[in-house]
Design a protein around this ligand. Structure first.
Ligand code: ADP
Ligand code: MG
Length: 361
């Protein structure tokens, strides 16, 4: 099986690449900086060093928020034909803290209260009513660099004036007192494979390793694991890091990271996270290929069955996968043809767990 790791070539990506080579027969190391996307009258095409990209069984694409549009385009081009652990629109959601929180809200994943406003004036009105301290945050910040802590209205108000000159969107967020610590969990599939507690250095509120934070290994309780896994599911990522803050009410999610650093968590927990990721990618790719073959065979059976029977009065049985888009089930074309239903007629739909029937009214 052939895989490609598309990344910015960081140390963490190198670790993942080495691990993937233990499982896949071919693993290409592709630098996203040398990739281009072409849209227009012809099909969506992806170029690498100016040449059309070849076909892979598995593509693991990741990079910083600057590459979100590129990553989304690349994964869109291969969606459905190649196994990819991160969905196209996940790149847009996961690289934006506001979009991430909207997804978390939708799936009822706990998070700190957050305000979004359209102007500095509106923000100041909130600042007059809110409880201090608070956090101001840029939706695209990473490594703690876009996070600001304000102890009072005066501090927050002057920060807002500075933010105004940058013409950047920002979030106002409830400050969760954790004595400068947070929890980072690495989710791979439906498991948390490693977790650490990070503690900010003295006088610092941000627990990021890049901001000097120190990590220690922890074993998450069932609730925290579930919240981390639900976060990954909410944004459509099979592999990601989830940052949480511990509160008396349980953990609250502040961020999901689609391209987490592996060095820190590996040395803190002594867990070979890169290997866990590589092994997962391999197993899922195998499953994806098998599923593809099964779909092919069942499609062939459908074609054969229909051409043999011909008539539409006899009941036909079809074994196939379901195509579910935005929670709507799309039936195979052949089924619509056989039923001879047309849009204007009324039908009775009966549905229960594991069963649907559709009959002319
Ligand atoms: N609402 C909050 N309350 C308390 N601390 C926070 C809050 N939001 C962020 N922090 C601190 O700042 C750090 C960075 O925030 P995060 O949202 O994860 O952004 P980044 O992408 O920069 O890592 C966190 O690890 C945490 O220590
Ligand atoms: Mg973070």
């Amino acid at each position: 099986m052939k895989a490609a790791l598309m990344s910015m070539g960081s140390k963490s990506s190198q670790m993942t690449l080495v691990a993937m080579k233990k499982y896949f027969s071919v693993v290409d190391d592709i630098n996203i900086k040398n990739m281009e996307v072409m849209l227009g009258s012809k099909e969506l095409s992806i170029l690498y060093n100016g040449e059309k990209l070849q076909k892979y069984d598995c593509i693991y694409a990741k990079g910083s928020f600057r590459y979100a549009p590129l990553l989304r385009s690349i994964t869109t081009a291969f969606y459905g034909t190649t196994y990819m652990p991160i969905k196209p629109n996940t790149f847009t959601i996961g690289h934006d803290k506001l979009l991430t929180q909207l997804a978390l809200q939708y799936y009822k994943v706990p998070m700190p209260d957050t305000y979004v406003v359209s102007s500095i004036e509106a923000a100041k009105k909130i600042l007059e009513q809110i409880k201090y301290p608070i956090i101001l945050k840029f939706p695209h910040g990473t490594q703690g660099k876009g996070v600001m802590f304000a102890e009072s209205f005066a501090a927050a108000s002057s920060m807002l004036d500075a933010i105004e000159t940058l013409k950047q969107p920002f979030l106002i967020q409830e400050y969760i007192e954790t004595e400068g610590s947070d929890i980072r969990a690495i989710v791979v599939g439906d498991k948390v494979v490693a977790a650490m507690k990070r503690k900010a250095v003295r006088g610092e509120k941000r627990a990021n390793i890049h901001a000097g934070g120190k990590g220690e290994p922890i074993v998450l309780d069932a609730q925290s694991k579930k919240i981390a896994i639900d976060t990954a599911k909410s944004i459509g990522a099979e592999i990601c890091a989830v940052d949480m803050l511990e509160t008396v009410k349980g953990p609250q999610v502040i961020e999901a990271n689609l391209s987490p650093g592996l060095q820190g968590i590996t040395s803190v927990t002594k867990i070979d996270v890169a290997d866990k990721i590589a092994k997962y990618l391999f197993e899922k790719t195998k499953e994806f290929i098998e599923k593809g073959k099964k779909t092919e065979t069942s499609k062939m059976l459908v074609d054969l069955g229909v051409s043999k029977e011909g008539g539409s009065e006899t009941e036909q049985q079809i074994i196939t996968n379901l195509d579910i888009r935005s929670e709507r089930i799309l039936l195979p074309k052949i089924v619509s043809k056989l039923s001879k239903f047309d849009e204007k007629e009324d039908v009775v739909i009966k549905a229960s767990k594991g069963k649907i029937s559709l009959e002319r009214y």
